[in-house]
Design a protein around this ligand. Sequence first.
Ligand SMILES: Nc1ncnc2c1ncn2[C@@H]1O[C@H](COP(=O)(O)OP(=O)(O)OP(=O)(O)O)[C@@H](O)[C@H]1O
Length: 341
Amino acid sequence: MGLFDFFTQEIAIDLGTANTLIIHNNKVVVDSPSIVAIHRRTNKVIAVGEQAKHMQGKTHDDIKTIRPLKDGVIADFEASEFMLTEFIKKIPGIQGKLFSPSLRMVICIPSGITEVEKRAVKDSCARVNAKDVRLIYEPMAAAIGVGIDITQPKGNMIIDIGGGTTEIAVVALGGIVCDKSVKIAGDVFTNDIAYYLRTHHNLYIGERTAERVKIEVGAAVEELEHAPDDMPVQGRDLITGKPKEITVNYREIARALDKSILRIEDGVMETLSQTPPELAADIYNTGIYMAGGGAMLRGLDQRISKKTGLPVFLADDPLRAVVRGTGIALKNIDKFTFLMK
Ligand SMILES: Nc1ncnc2c1ncn2[C@@H]1O[C@H](COP(=O)(O)OP(=O)(O)OP(=O)(O)O)[C@@H](O)[C@H]1O
């Protein structure tokens, strides 16, 4: 063991548009919303993660909440570095050390990222004390995370629906054969719901409420076997200006999300149509795997299965599939060197 190894801690990071997850010593040690709350005048950070999410939509003039990532890539470097530093400080075994240890990081990136954006992620990690930074494409990490042996000469399709992007990819022999990154995912679903309630019920709701509606009664199809109960939703009446409450059901929400889901379906069909025939035959036999928080929308697996005529499998714990895969890549870094960018 070299001196570098002795003072080095290894972490795997899924730096997502909606959530940041970190694995250290085989355990998920950070699972927090990717949000920072900042004091406008002093530019001082007041809160990060869950605490900052609670402030979202409830701030006054002096405080703003920022989501440092947009469409899967870092949009605000300062806020993102601050957020990462704070998250890393909370990791047991790293926090409270006399000397802050050097970090070896494996961090996942969207497959559609440019070389400049890749460089920016590496630079950003270097500024939070990472001495060795490896990047891995998100669909690869998701595929490893759902348990696919990506090194086999066998095609597998994975759809990772996150907060900012939907990554659709066919992987085989340790590489991405064809892929598509669509900027329609969980955040767009949330906005669709807010827009629907504004235009159909004159009800103005905030982002956090819209996300709650999506999670509690959201659906991708109008016929569900296990329908969720109708949900009361409170907000501001756009006409009278008074607070009001309405009740929504999953069928309405399925209609509100229909257009966005159609765009994801188009992306899947396009990727399938570009898949080489031998791999298409494999996918016919194995089906499609789905991961990411957005994939948890009720009936979405069923809808994609109907559209493609293929079985669709949702990952166990879809929100953690990508970080799980990134963690496995870190643990087997020598075996997976060919995956690292
Ligand atoms: N039960 C649920 N039903 C529908 N959507 C959900 C559910 N739980 C979480 N989500 C949504 O999943 C999204 C977050 O997923 P995830 O953490 O996989 O994204 P991310 O990795 O941060 O984003 P990206 O990969 O685009 O950078 C959010 O939009 C959230 O609202």
